[in-house]
Design a protein around this ligand. Structure first.
Ligand code: GLC
Length: 567
């Protein structure tokens, strides 16, 4: 197709869809503009977010892969659990090399997941239940099958040539510089059609967009408008660190000897990550988001809180940059958690907590000791759901799903797992199907699930745990109920107590004259905690054998006590 035509067609299509969208769902967007509570908080500060990996959540047509109608069918479950917003990882048309993180059309739904009509149904059913929808916006790169890239690679003078990053090699067979892809190998791929290399931070099938090109910027901004007008309340922005590269293509420094799981040298991404220009784009995306009272969540891998602060900007960039530093505390260490919480508590914006996601092993086994995993799952829930900030749950955490990595290379679905085997097994382990009941395939599908269902589904599933008042699920529900109704948990300040305790992590959340104490025993032995003289605590949520008597709190091994302070 003629390149100009292709470009014009894209723009026309966006414009038409935007107009259509705005007619049909203007009312929906309007209904979402009320924002603050009595304490002056925005909806995204009070809400509980829940990440759904759509391939693995619920399969309505039994083809082995989850879909949008599957999600719609589970909205009542999510409502009952206490979820206010769902973040759906990419469900747009995609060759699925990176399971949706390689988008070939930003304005449609992959047939594997359904249709735009299914999306609209999901949006309206979610709205009936007051659940907002957050989509995943893959900003750094597209699929190599996206029409923009197909046009870009077709000739050096094509309309979209400068939408991606093309350079001459240093010499025959030599890429432009030493940058390696985070998914292994050189970050440059030679394309014989035009005798140049293109740049890809991730897989070669994920060419990086050239954000220095104003046409890319404007078009990508319009993509977000399209979905806002369709009722979406925000985006999780994928891989924002990687948006810009040093135009001089300076070689990255090698930081230590040896090779990583992919056989590449250990490079510091000094010249192709976290460039200051990233923040101009975030401000631009935020301006558009503000037109719709929408929220921007960031996949922000930062070295420290000072770096995280940059993503809040002056309150004009991301509202919710994820604090992944929290996930780096990989053991039950009160002092380590205290340190991280204290740091994020004085960050320049509202904290955002995650404990696992589709790229990070599940918390159940990261923290579990193999014997008390359910107790520890409750302990971790009590932590990230009672801190001052917005929690983003990952599907299945609430029932104690475990990470189940493949044991044979031939079973691996995630390409990095095949490439890096056995050192890097990929991310299949944390993406297994949601466990709904004790039926075959945990009720996820009657077909062949795209990833095997872990054997623990017999004991850890929604149906079984719903009937057990001591289950992980029952505990999540209780904590979430108080989180939504207790002013101190919702709006209170955070204040650490007993900071020298090496076994118990304890803190107060205080709003006006109300305080809640949260006491978490991170050890395998019983522990005690003394409240201020003359105070006691009325239990809100406590695990077996953890209780308060007068000003003394007794905690069972890995026990939790959450109580309202009484004077
Ligand atoms: C983000 C996603 C990850 C994906 C990568 C490339 O890190 O979370 O799943 O593979 O971006 O898009």
């Amino acid at each position: 197709m003629n390149e100009d035509l292709l470009h014009k067609k894209t723009i026309r299509m966006v414009a038409t869809l935007v107009v259509l969208g705005s007619l049909s769902i203007a009312a929906l967007a309007q209904a979402r503009s009320e924002s603050v509570d009595a304490a002056g908080h925005q909806w995204w500060q009070n809400g509980v977010f829940y990440e759904i990996y759509p391939r693995s959540f619920a399969d309505s047509n039994n083809d082995g892969v989850g879909d949008l109608n599957g999600i719609t069918s589970k909205l009542d479950y999510l409502k009952d659990l206490g979820v206010d917003a769902i973040w759906i990882t990419p469900c747009f048309p995609s060759p699925q090399i990176d399971f949706g993180y390689d988008v070939s059309d930003y304005l449609n739904i992959d047939p594997m997941y359904g249709t735009l009509a299914d999306f609209d149904k999901l949006a309206s059913e979610a709205q009936k239940r007051n659940i907002r929808i957050i989509l995943d916006f893959v900003v750094n790169h597209t699929s190599d099958q996206h029409p923009w890239f197909l046009d870009s690679k077709s000739s050096r003078t094509s309309t979209h040539r400068d939408w991606y990053i093309w350079r001459d090699g240093k010499g025959p067979g030599q890429p432009p510089n030493n940058w390696v892809s985070v998914f292994g190998g050189s970050a440059w791929k030679f394309d014989p059609t035009t005798n140049q290399y293109y740049y890809h931070y991730f897989y070669p099938q994920q060419p990086d967009l050239n954000w220095r090109n104003p046409a890319v910027k404007e078009t990508m901004f319009d993509m977000t408008r399209f979905w806002y007008k369709r009722g979406v309340s925000g985006f999780r922005l994928d891989a924002v660190d990687a948006l810009f590269e040093d135009p001089n293509l300076t070689d990255n420094p090698i930081i230590k000897p040896g090779r990583n799981a992919f056989g590449d040298p250990f490079e510091k991404n000094k010249y192709n990550s976290k460039l200051p220009e990233v923040h101009d784009v975030l401000r631009g995306l935020r301006k558009v988001a503000d037109e719709y009272n929408a929220v921007l969540i960031g996949e922000t891998w930062t070295a420290d809180i000072a770096e995280l602060n940059q993503y809040y900007g002056k309150g004009n960039e991301l509202q919710l940059p994820m604090d992944f530093l929290f996930t780096t505390v990989n053991k039950l260490s009160p002092s380590e958690f205290r340190k991280q919480i204290a740091a994020i508590n004085v960050a320049s914006g509202w904290p955002t907590f995650v404990i696992s996601n589709h790229d990070i092993a599940r918390s159940y086994d990261r923290y579990g000791d193999g014997k008390h995993n359910d107790e520890i799952a409750k302990l971790m829930a009590a932590l990230y759901l009672t801190l001052r900030g917005t929690p983003i749950m990952y599907y299945g955490e609430e029932i104690g799903m475990k990470t189940t990595p493949p044991t044979r290379k031939e079973d691996v679905r995630d390409p990095i797992g095949r490439k890096g085997w056995p050192k890097e097994k990929g991310r299949d382990g944390e993406r297994t199907p949601m466990q709904w009941n004790s039926d075959e395939n945990a009720g996820f599908t009657t077909g062949k699930p795209w990833l095997p269902v872990p054997a623990t589904y017999k004991t850890h599933n929604v149906a079984v745990e719903s009937k057990d008042p001591t289950s992980v699920l029952a505990f999540y529900k209780q904590v979430l109920r108080f989180r939504h109704t207790n002013a101190a948990l919702l709006d209170g300040d955070y204040q650490a107590i007993d900071e020298s305790d090496t076994n118990v992590l304890a803190y107060l959340r205080t709003y006006k004259d109300q305080s809640v104490v949260i006491a978490l025993n991170m050890s395998g032995t019983p522990q005690k905690l003394a409240l201020a003289v003359g105070t006691s605590a009325k239990p809100l949520v406590a695990t077996t054998d953890s209780l308060a008597r007068g000003s003394k709190i007794s905690l069972a091994p890995y026990g939790v006590f959450i109580g309202q302070i009484e004077k």
